[in-house]
Design a protein around this ligand. Sequence first.
Ligand code: ATP
Ligand code: LTN
Length: 328
Amino acid sequence: MKRVFSGVAPSGNLHIGNYLGAISQWLELQKHHNCVFSVADYHAMTIFQPAEKLREKILEIAMIYLAAGIDPKKSVIFIQSDVLEHAELTWILNTITKIPELELMTQFKDKARRFRNKVNVGLFDYPVLMAADILLYKADFVPVGEDQKQHLEFTRTIARRFNGLYGETFIVPEALIMKESAKIMGLDDPNKKMSKSAENPHNYLGLTDEPALIKEKIKRAVTDSGDGIIYDKEKKPGIFNLLTIYSLLSGKSIQKLEKEYKNKNYGEFKKDLADVVIGFLSPFQKKFEKLGKNKNHVRRILADGSKKARLIAQKNIKEIKNKVGLNY
Ligand code: ATP
Ligand code: LTN
């Protein structure tokens, strides 16, 4: 079976974009692949958050994976910092990474602009840590949203470079990016992606948002001038985005929705969309709440996941260290 690796950093609030772009793919993949899913807590530290907050978020993301349907009997779920080899491989890969390669990264440039006085070396090195995550498990596939494409390209470059310098070691992994859901846009600005680090909470539909808040956010979502529920990215980016979400969550095709809302206005459309989102989130939120009442159960799953992840990581890091000459 081919191996799949992916992760989410425990910072901010997970939103419907994260679910549709990444996690929904994981659910399918775990049926026929050897899947490893990480809570990327070292990644979350690249923008400062207080220790208490980070601790809380780590467990929350694990609970979100489980509530969404990631099955610990089929997939390995673990916390990145529980497996020391991630940091170890990051160091080794740092030595074959060129500074201008990292300076090119869109996410770095974007975050460096937004968090101007908080830019640290970790934020700059983020893509190397991500490459280490993936390569450490010799993953074949990495299911992510569109925004991670560049980091995956970088990972592929580093894998090839290492193999060229030290001999065939790493699999050159492939990004799995879905067409329709790869980039869900912000509700407050359909030209920017929905983002969990957005300053405006009305940018995203949080997976744990209560029904009243979902209704309010969708009601306030930026739409386009004129009326008509039409799927046109250029002319109607707001409605385009809302139609995408509606279609993916309800399973109804875009054409069917366009027909259904032909003579209806934005208000009616938004009201129905809110019901679809709330209906979709309801079973997830129930499971999430239940897990919240038994955090020790979640901790046990994570301890077991870390054990399994460590077995793979330790075997591979041994080979890697041998290849570069870190044995004597
Ligand atoms: P941040 O704003 O902190 O960078 P984010 O909202 O972009 O966070 P990530 O933790 O970077 O979220 O992403 C987790 C996963 O969700 C990644 O695979 C990413 O590509 C995917 N993803 C993030 N935002 C979207 C989006 N708007 N649409 C589709 N997929 C997304
Ligand atoms: N940077 C990713 C989270 C992440 C990841 C990974 C995704 C950390 N390590 C390895 C795929 C593979 C993000 O989505 N912010």
